[in-house]
Design a protein around this ligand. Structure first.
Ligand code: TXA
Ligand code: MG
Length: 303
């Protein structure tokens, strides 16, 4: 582990790309202060330039180096949730590259909780711009193998930190608006964010949409169909099977923590198994259920 982190630091210092485990999903990291290196991320992912990247920092104390000012809500949430699966949008400091923010005047900041990511940040000494390490629009990676399979030679090194313990991306909260707004449900439940902010927060009721997010996202090749309960899923699956389609049911409702961990594996396996249709039951909108619902709805192209 030590050797590969040293190698990762050397690669980042010369403007290369490193696959990094985080507690949510694997990221594709570059030096956030190196314009050319950050541009390579967009090439490697096939990602449009107007989709901003999250800047990963080593501690909440570094927020002031990347933010022009720190809204009270950001301070409260950072203290309570970092390191952890929460991204805070704050006004960007003057030096933050516009390739990172997609030309916006805000920057997304997060301190990841994975020990390997934190150790890399500590030894690198700077900040890492990193989106999820998948090709644009496809299913996010939760193992080092996923990253290698998706990006191949486009990534210079992948640090293997095992399977990601949370399995869905960070919750994104825009702290530049009043009240703060949840733009993407994720690893920290919206109820927790609301409690920390004394309920003064906007939570979109439909599928959330961080700026730059598209309806079809997190999508396997196989068609994903979302339904509200297992009875409906069984009926739909029987109809598809009768029509000669390869179909299976995904029911994440029993255990939301395991479902979040496994969600992207299940979506990827649907393709490995060459399914035509995956009928997915939407879990209740509580806790990690918000994020799982959001990803399934987007995988179904309905976001
Ligand atoms: O858990 C995560 O957040 C993972 C790990 C690697 O940290 N990262 C991740 O990055 O999910 P990405 O790029 O796949 O998704 C980040 C989302 C994008 O939809 C992007 O548009 C939004 O965050 N975003 C980032 N900075 C933003 C900004 N300044 N304004 C609006 N949206 C922003
Ligand atoms: Mg992504």
């Amino acid at each position: 582990m030590t050797e590969s982190i040293d190698e990762a630091v050397a690669i980042l210092r010369r403007g290369g790309l490193v696959g990094v485990p985080t507690e949510t999903v694997y990221g594709l990291a570059a030096d956030a202060a190196n314009d050319t290196a950050v541009r390579r991320i967009f090439e490697a992912k096939g990602r449009p330039a107007d989709h901003p990247l999250i800047v990963h920092i080593g501690s909440a104390a570094e927020m002031g180096s990347w933010a022009a000012s720190i809204p009270e809500s950001a301070q409260v949430l950072a203290e309570a949730c970092w390191p952890g699966p929460l991204t805070l949008l704050v006004p960007k400091a003057g030096h933050v590259l516009s390739v990172v923010t997609g030309g916006r005047d805000t920057v997304g900041l997060r301190v990841p909780a994975h020990p390997m990511a934190l150790e890399l940040l500590r030894r690198f000494g700077g900040a890492l711009a990193a989106p999820s390490a998948n090709r644009f629009g496809q299913v996010s990676p939760t193992t080092a193998d996923h990253v290698c399979g998706d990006l191949g030679d486009a990534v210079d090194l992948v640090l293997d930190g095992g399977p990601c313990p949370i399995g869905v991306e960070s919750t994104i909260v825009d702290c530049t608006v009043s009240p703060p707004q949840v733009l993407r449900p994720g690893g920290i439940a919206t109820e927790v964010i609301a409690r920390l902010l004394d309920g003064v927060i906007t939570v979109p009721t439909g599928p959330a949409r961080a700026s730059g997010m598209l309806a079809s996202h997190y999508a396997p090749r196989c068609r994903v169909e979302v339904v509200d309960n297992l009875e409906q899923a069984t009926t739909n699956a029987a109809t598809h099977a009768y029509a000669g389609l390869r179909v299976d049911i995904l029911d994440p409702t029993a255990d939301l923590v395991t479902a979040a961990q496994q969600l992207y594996n299940w979506l990827r396996n649907a393709d490995t198994r060459t399914l035509d249709v995956l009928v997915a039951v939407l879990p209740p909108a509580v806790g990690l259920g918000h994020a799982i619902r959001d990803r399934l709805i987007k995988a179904a192209g309905l976001g």
